[in-house]
Write a protein that binds this ligand. Sequence first.
Ligand SMILES: Nc1nc2c(c(=O)[nH]1)N[C@H]1C(S)=C(S)[C@@H](COP(=O)(O)OP(=O)(O)OC[C@H]3O[C@@H](n4cnc5c(=O)[nH]c(N)nc54)[C@H](O)[C@@H]3O)O[C@H]1N2
Ligand SMILES: Nc1nc2c(c(=O)[nH]1)N[C@H]1C(S)=C(S)[C@@H](COP(=O)(O)OP(=O)(O)OC[C@H]3O[C@@H](n4cnc5c(=O)[nH]c(N)nc54)[C@H](O)[C@@H]3O)O[C@H]1N2
Ligand code: SF4
Ligand SMILES: [Mo]
Length: 743
Amino acid sequence: MTRTALRICPLCEATCGLTLTIEGARVTGARGDRDDVFSRGFLCPKGASFGALDADPDRLRVPLVRRGGRLREASWEEAFAAVADGVRPLIERYGPQTVGVVLGNPNVHTVAGALYPPLLLGALGTRAVFTASTLDQMPKHVSSGLLFGDANAIPVPDLDRTDHLLVIGANPLESNGSLCTAPDFPGRLKALKARGGTLTVVDPRRTRTARLADRHLAIRPGTDALLLAAVAHVLLAEDLADLGPLAAHVQGLGELRAELAEFTPEAVASACDLDAALIRTVARELAAAPTAAVYARIGSCTVAHGTLASWLVDVLNVLTGNLDRPGGALFPLAATAPAPRPAGPGHGFALGRWRSRVSGHPEAKGELPLAALAEEIDTATAEGEPLRALITVAANPVLSAPDGDRLDKALASLDFMVSVDPYLGETARHAHVVLPPPPPAQSPHHDFALNTLAVRNQVRYTRPAVPLEPGRMAESEIMARLILAVSGGHGTDPATVDATAIRQTLDRAVRTPHSPAHGRDPGELAALLTGADGPERRLDLMLRLGPYGDGFGARPGGLTLDRLLAHPHGIDLGPLRPRLPQPLKTRSGAVELLPGPIAADLPRLRRALADRPAGLVLVGRRHLRSNNSWMHNVPALTGGSNRCTLHLHPEDAARLGLRDGAAVRVKGDGGEVTVPAEVTEDIRPGVVSLPHGWGHDRPGTRLGHAAGDPGANVNQLLDGRLLDPLSGNAVLNGVPVALTPVR
Ligand SMILES: Nc1nc2c(c(=O)[nH]1)N[C@H]1C(S)=C(S)[C@@H](COP(=O)(O)OP(=O)(O)OC[C@H]3O[C@@H](n4cnc5c(=O)[nH]c(N)nc54)[C@H](O)[C@@H]3O)O[C@H]1N2
Ligand SMILES: Nc1nc2c(c(=O)[nH]1)N[C@H]1C(S)=C(S)[C@@H](COP(=O)(O)OP(=O)(O)OC[C@H]3O[C@@H](n4cnc5c(=O)[nH]c(N)nc54)[C@H](O)[C@@H]3O)O[C@H]1N2
Ligand code: SF4
Ligand SMILES: [Mo]
């Protein structure tokens, strides 16, 4: 029998609503849900391949436990017993700081990834926490923390209403957007142009997004902070800055002016390899637009001045009066966000509260740089024990982080490792226990994280489209049992994990004056929660306590899980609205335009004015039919232009005697790879590009299709020492490489 079911797509940040066709327990088709309140029927080739991805025969069905050196299929009971036996003695002997946790990108795309990792970290009490954020957007968290006092207060461009969009180091036509959740990002850019708006793109490659732009600046990689500083300089020097009503909530403008004095367009032009007059034009256009938004992503974050560039993005939004106004960049308000506290000074944002053991990297947002994971395992110091055990959840740092070969060896030396992962990939192959979550069709979906970054406030929830196969365990239950196993509670009912989390949230809420639950009885409120299981009750709790919630009766008609379930295509909560000063949690209660750590990092940027790369530099790229390291195993999503080739400009190719298709050896500080050259005009001279997530040729993995066309791991070119110092983010773009033709 054929039926359909709704399912929000978990494959990228756009969160499109899908209508799945299901035969028996198998997904045989996927199309865009035209009634979805947010995505209105859009889907991309990845969403269309949902069924193939879901049914990938290489997905693990049962847990694996290492016995006698080999991973063997085991029961869930055996697997969790092995986790408890493996981790508990190490904690007791060496302490909790010797157990590391790595959280990867798919955690922002699952219910379990939102609800359980904080509890896991709490249960372990470890500071050895590493996430994909330090390969990605940590600079943006740090700049938001410093500017607004809240690392998660990230303004998003008001795509649907802006008159002018300045895009830096992002290629949403391939990536579908990031830190800006917008189903059909390409369509929204086309609509911007159709209503007479302008699009400027800054990217060393002529991407599909750049081709759509009115203006494309092919900047030299790694120099965006200089460009943005010069744009800010022009706004201030030419009296184009106009904060409007924002001025009441901003401090530090005078100091900023002084700090940016040196960064004239003429001073940065040659480092950026852009014309000074063009930089002035960009600034004047930004100021002249009725509304404008500056939006920057990977190319601005994964560079040596990532935090400064991220900070300057919002400085420009402030100086043009576009922060927090319709058409500018606004703070979304998600349905599961805590009830907004009254405006006023907060605790501010602290950096470097502790440091990594080996290199002394400062923590940011409670995390240490993932680029430093290998040394935390393989290097002994007087300061303390190296990591003995590791828990990875939805992470593949062997391919995603710098110097995978070193990390590979380090992982092999661990006393114990657990991976929660559906595949036996390059990282999970080292685990002693692999706990496989079910495929997405068998999992529920709600975008806890991405709704805080969405261009429109809305809320959607989809229950599993097909029931769990026999022998499967929901990822939420896997995580709850994992938490119990590492904290001495193996064998306890996993429902207690959710019940405890609910009780803790309610205990806090009833004591919080601005909470709708203030003064009520937590036990009574807990009994009112609905939902088929623990995670659903937790969702109900967050919705009811949240900004649109029913407040357990305090706001009749407000959101509850029941109400959401009655709206299977979601509930629209309206366009983004101005919210300042409420989101600010700085100590001053204002936007702090020139925070101390930023000012202290500006001399480094001043020195960069003189930098010129001696040779070629490398940047990355993404392909629409791919996603990081784990989607190369689906035949429908591979082949064609989705290949691991080195893009280089014809001038560079001619100089090096490289022909299209020829093998080329690429060498960086961390190692070398050999890949086919692809000669293209779509990249500026002096820059070459390799995609990441490839290198599927390690033994012991179970990724049959991917291994047939493994590609090479670009991150082997890095040695892990290049970091943005404020955020600990790895420098993945703008790194020097040398090429040699392979004869
Ligand atoms: N050179 C270079 N390197 C980069 C980047 C770059 O641009 N250039 N980009 C960086 C960025 S932005 C990111 S976010 C990181 C990503 O880095 P990671 O998060 O380490 O890598 P992913 O490839 O996203 O895959 C994570 C793992 O999650 C597993 N997985 C998939 N679905 C699920 C699920 O539902 N549950 C669980 N538990 N696991 C699941 C996959 O099998 C895979 O093993 O890579 C970074 N690395
Ligand atoms: N299809 C697909 N979609 C994805 C992913 C995927 O792997 N594939 N990954 C998801 C993830 S985890 C993320 S974080 C997002 C990322 O989303 P995006 O940031 O949009 O991703 P990219 O396509 O890598 O775009 C980065 C662009 O920055 C450019 N660039 C590199 N260095 C510099 C520089 O120094 N300056 C400037 N101005 N530009 C530079 C690159 O040429 C590239 O075009 O995409 C998400 N969506
Ligand atoms: S754009 Fe992203 S969310 Fe939408 S269908 Fe494609 S992969 Fe899924
Ligand atoms: Mo990412």
